[in-house]
Design a binder for this molecule. Structure first.
Ligand code: ATP
Length: 364
């Protein structure tokens, strides 16, 4: 069992409280992504798990074995934790071929020549770079170098693979390819992966679970679908949508269990809810959940087209309501509308999330 548990982990750098009472469990086989804006403490968390940094307090166990006890100043050496870390910079040896770079990771483990050759061959095959085995890093593209770095990490068959922004140096097309490769690799190896990124699309596409951080505090840990559909609070909701989620001011009255009555600048909305709530609220609806019609519809809300941004497979439309609320709508394919024209929008009420204005938490 390579379960990793962090309990009450605290880390300061120069009086700055970087990680605040962090509790996080990574189950065996998880593809856990640590997601959050720059500087929120993702890399520090990864470095603490590997042992490159030590927290002042908190406990970390790997496979039920305590590797960190901050209070007791007990820290197991990084090499004894059975983890393997791939950094954003590939850090390949320039004077070694691809095969030599990958086998370098095995050299301390005293395998025979034949065993080493077989293991290196398997790792290169998994990353689909066996044909490049005799090349030097300077003869490889960025994407190929990244594959070599990952092959070097998996050749030792680590219990846990830690990846710190491994795709950030690649161009958009290669990044997309590598996302697919990493997901396939996780499926094949069944190894636990801890992955750091500030890119929410990367997190949503590859992970089995996402841990969202802000300023060293965990805001939500959940499978990607739940993070996307039910962001736990306003901050997660603002961070996760791409394009950004729409927010609508509301005054909420709980009519009966099962429905919240919302007074908004768009009119009165009845939103299904398991919880009872009354007070000021922020409603959140994704741009793709709003439908646009160029003809008047029965309950449609009239809006003026502010701007239209076609992007090939989809079109982003910026709208302004009569009460001057700006809304963003994503339409699949093309939409033939002119700036200034009136359209009518509808959205299903069960797609609207309700957030308590006071504490920013999800109500239903
Ligand atoms: P990014 O996405 O930019 O890499 P991150 O979420 O990974 O950000 P960390 O690298 O964990 O963030 O850094 C968290 C905070 O700790 C930042 O404010 C950073 O400046 C600070 N920090 C990290 N390492 C050190 C260090 N060795 N000394 C001092 N401050 C540090």
């Amino acid at each position: 069992m390579s379960r990793i548990v962090l309990k009450g982990v605290n880390k300061h750098f120069n009086n700055n409280h970087i990680l605040k009472d962090l509790d996080l469990t990574i189950e065996e086989g998880d593809f856990m992504t640590l997601l959050g804006p720059s500087g929120c403490g993702k890399t520090t968390t990864l470095r603490i798990i590997t042992g490159l940094e030590n927290p002042e307090s908190g406990i970390i166990t790997i496979s039920d074995k305590e590797v960190v006890n901050g209070e007791l100043r007990h820290y197991t050496k990084p090499s004894k934790r059975g983890l393997n870390l791939v950094f954003q910079s590939y850090a390949l040896w320039p004077h070694m071929t691809v095969s030599e770079n990958v086998s370098f990771g095995l050299s301390v483990q005293k395998y025979s020549k034949a065993e080493t050759k077989e293991k290196v061959g398997n790792a290169l095959e998994k990353m689909q770079i066996l044909h490049l085995k005799d090349r030097y890093p300077s003869e490889l593209s960025g994407g190929q170098q990244q594959r070599v770095a990952i092959a070097r990490a998996i050749v030792t068959e680590p219990k846990v693979l830690l990846l710190d922004e491994p795709l950030s140096n690649l161009d958009a097309k290669l990044r997309l390819d590598m996302r697919a490769e990493l997901k396939r690799l996780h499926h094949e190896l069944k190894t636990t992966i801890i992955y750091v990124t500030h890119d929410q699309v990367e997190a949503l596409t590859m992970s089995t679970k996402i841990a969202v951080f802000f300023e060293g505090v965990l805001a939500q840990v959940a499978p990607p679908r739940d993070i996307y559909r039910y962001p736990a609070n306003i901050r997660v909701a603002s961070f996760i949508g791409n394009p950004k989620i729409n927010f609508i001011d509301a005054d909420c009255e709980a009519v009966n269990t099962g429905t919240l009555k919302m007074e908004t600048s768009l009119g009165t909305l009845h939103i299904p809810s398991k919880n009872v709530y009354s007070g000021k609220a922020d409603l959140a609806i994704y741009p793709e959940d709003i439908q646009i019609s160029t003809e008047r519809t029965a309950n449609g809300i009239p809006c003026a087209i502010y701007s239209v941004l076609p992007a090939g497979s989809e079109t982003l439309v910026q709208l302004t309501t009569k009460s001057n609320l700006n809304l963003l709508v994503k339409v699949i394919g093309e939409l033939d509308v002119e700036i200034g024209k009136t359209v009518w929008i509808d959205f299903p009420m069960d797609k609207v999330n309700v957030y308590d204005r006071e504490n920013g938490e999800l109500v239903q």
